[in-house]
Design a protein around this ligand. Structure first.
Ligand SMILES: [Zn+2]
Length: 264
């Protein structure tokens, strides 16, 4: 999991989430009040998919597997719409996730250490969620997100990479994901995220190893090469750490933290 940035270029934000269209979406929720069993229209959040998928380079925001070739990703509601109904059509509550992370593992799971968010006292269309192009409204919303301290790490709100570490097993040929910290809140949240999203499921451990192994072989050349040839190797390794690469956080962990190579 790496940090993701919301694209707020007016040309990138789908028209369905700004202006009159946004108000209309929220009216569909407000008109159902005082129900607690909302009916949602998935066609609305589907319109966010191209943007979300661009923001994460077609990778699942959680497990970093590529969805480019064999799977369609889902628009995932980080705060589940079954609880946070007023965020059902909130672009800032969405991420792009693979179907296994989203539908098999996370589902409606959530949990917060401090409740900081509630629907508006007098809900009206246009007041439920921030307009993604209104910087002040977005900042207020993101401050509430941080204050709420969710159990799961949010790649759009915090530097997700700093919560995790990885351990390779050359006998089992797999790479396990671990909390980076030995104690404290970050460790607790890392464990909750790994467990809740199934980030150590067998197929992921195996496929991460396939990504790790060639990198490890390349890194092992560093000490064998003449000093003058090392910068070229570091450039090659650096290209494998780009945010668009699958399992980029894991790759960076090994290169920077385990092998301590001078790769930018
Ligand atoms: Zn995933």
């Amino acid at each position: 999991m790496i940090r993701l940035t919301r694209d707020r270029d007016p040309d990138a934000v789908p028209a369905a989430f700004v202006g009159a269209a946004r108000t209309k979406n929220e009216k569909r929720l407000v008109d159902q009040l005082p129900t607690t069993q909302f009916e949602f229209d998935g066609e609305i959040w589907k319109k966010a998919k191209p943007q979300l998928s661009n923001e994460s380079a077609d990778k699942c925001a959680y497990c970093e597997s590529s969805t480019r070739v064999v799977a369609h990703g889902d628009v995932e509601h980080f705060r589940p719409k079954s609880v946070y109904w007023w965020l059902a059509y909130c672009l800032d509550n969405y991420s792009f996730a693979c179907q296994i992370c989203n539908q098999v593992h996370k589902r409606d799971q959530f949990g917060v250490d401090a409740i900081a968010m509630a629907p508006p006292a007098n809900p009206s269309a246009g007041s439920l969620a921030p307009d993604p192009l209104d910087r002040d409204a977005v900042d207020t919303f993101l401050a509430l997100c941080k204050a709420e301290k969710p159990r799961f790490v949010d790649p759009y709100v915090e530097n997700a990479e700093l919560f995790f570490a990885w351990r390779a097993d050359d006998v089992l040929r797999e790479v396990e994901m671990l909390p980076r910290n030995k104690s404290g809140a970050k460790r607790k949240r890392a464990l909750a995220t790994i467990d809740g999203l199934g980030l150590n499921r067998e197929e992921l451990r195996k496929v991460r190893y396939e990504s790790y192994r060639p990198l490890a072989l390349l890194a092992s050349l560093y000490d064998k090469l003449h000093e003058s040839d090392r910068p070229e190797l570091c450039i090659a390794i650096g290209s494998l750490l780009e945010p668009s690469m699958p399992y980029a956080a894991m790759r960076r962990w090994f290169v920077h933290e385990v092998w301590a190579l001078p790769v930018p």
